[in-house]
Design a protein around this ligand. Structure first.
Ligand SMILES: *Cc1c(COP(=O)(O)O)cnc(C)c1O
Length: 373
């Protein structure tokens, strides 16, 4: 058979480059998985909450199809984020919700505005859904080009969706509320990705201070705002694929119509519910990771060939100065330390380091200092 049955835009589309599976990497490096310092995918180094693991061990109904409406989980989420349950939808990771929104909204050729450098799933899912991808590059400090976005919307009458990520992956900067409110005036659906919102905390003389996370509630105020969250990062459930979001009322019936009925599997649901019931554990890990982020930032600042960017997330982006970032990534890999390497517009010669446990930071810093000589 030939390609004649393949959608032309899919035939031409570049494949998404998936990560190398952990087992494969472990074999390739000749190191046991637990001997690898994995700082490349912003996962929680502490793993899932013990309560989530216990819930999985005790699960009894894995042979029964899951609740298509994920009622228990949405009920628990409603209490957790103080939002009406009816406004919440769960997905197989926030990734699925990104795809679902695009599927509902886009006709072929409709414009999606993105602000790169940012999360790779926005261009990917736009392409899969036959959207036209219009990037409005962030400024050198990774802040949004708000006027550029307004111009792009004005210039593209079929602009339907604007993706905003805060804290932004891969640099960890956040979007000021004033910019958000201004962008919400635009005639597009704003999808605000808050996968890392839990880490958007600062440190003051009293220790770590909680920042009000109000953006989900804004979906009650703005009918063109959707806010996405996930269990993949802080809750440590990346491998089980659970995300959720708050959506405008008009959009929800259509999302419900087209979603796969059994998208949240029984195991994912059990683990997510148990995580929500283990707030003490989650809060402790957030505090550890935010404190560790600040220590890592200070340490990276002492490495002569690295320029770290301040981050409100669980990773730190560094520009590598005077040497090749890809080579650095490889040298670290040989030492059993994994980091993410980028080389694209706005991210030339950069690495992104996830925040790990204190002993992982120490190993990393030792290796970076060793490479200095
Ligand atoms: C990790 C991540 C997600 C969430 O992915 P899941 O599909 O929930 O695992 C969403 N947005 C950004 C920016 C991310 O980095």
């Amino acid at each position: 058979m030939t390609n004649k049955f393949v959608r032309p835009d899919i035939a031409e589309m570049e494949a998404y480059v998936p990560i190398v599976p952990f087992e494969v990497l472990s074999a390739r490096l000749g190191r046991a998985p637990e001997a690898i310092v994995k700082l490349d995918a912003n996962e929680n180094p502490y793993g899932p909450s013990p309560k989530a693991l216990e819930a999985l061990r005790n699960g009894r109904f894995f042979h029964i199809y899951p609740d298509p409406e994920s009622n228990q989980l949405r009920e628990a989420l409603s209490q957790y984020v103080h939002m009406p349950k009816e406004r919440l939808l769960t997905g197989m990771g926030a990734d699925e919700l990104i795809d679902l929104v695009l599927r509902v909204v886009l006709s072929p050729g409709d414009v999606v505005i993105d602000c790169p450098p940012s999360f790779g799933m926005y261009p990917f899912s736009t392409a899969v859904n036959s959207g036209q991808y219009v990037p409005v590059r962030r400024k050198d400090d990774f802040s949004l080009d708000v006027e550029g976005i307004e111009t792009a919307v004005a210039n593209h009458p079929t602009a339907k969706i604007l993706f905003l990520c805060s804290p932004n992956n891969p640099d960890g900067s956040t979007i000021p509320n004033a910019d958000l409110r201004r962008l919400l005036q635009l005639p597009v659906l704003v999808v605000l990705d808050e996968a890392y919102a839990d880490f958007d905390l600062g440190i003051n003389h009293l220790g770590i201070n909680a920042q009000a996370k109000e953006h989900m509630a804004w979906t009650l105020e703005y009918d063109n705002l959707a806010v996405l969250r996930t269990f993949s990062k802080l809750a440590g459930l990346a491998g089980l694929r659970v995300g959720y979001g708050a959506f405008p009322e008009w959009l929800l019936p259509h999302l419900w119509k087209i979603k796969q009925p059994y998208n949240i599997n029984v195991a994912a649901s059990l683990a997510a519910l148990a995580s929500l019931e283990d707030q003490a554990w989650l809060q402790e890990k957030v505090q550890l990771l935010v404190a560790e982020r600040e220590r890592l930032f200070a340490e990276l600042g002492t490495i002569s060939y690295l320029n770290p960017f301040p981050s409100r997330s669980n990773f730190i982006l560094c520009r590598v100065v005077g040497r090749d970032a890809q080579m650095l990534k490889q040298k670290l890999e040989q030492a059993g330390i994994l980091v993410r390497y980028f080389n694209k517009p706005g991210l030339d010669n950069c690495i992104r380091i996830s925040v790990g446990r204190p002993e992982e930071t120490s190993k990393l810093v030792l290796a970076l200092k060793f490479l200095e000589t």
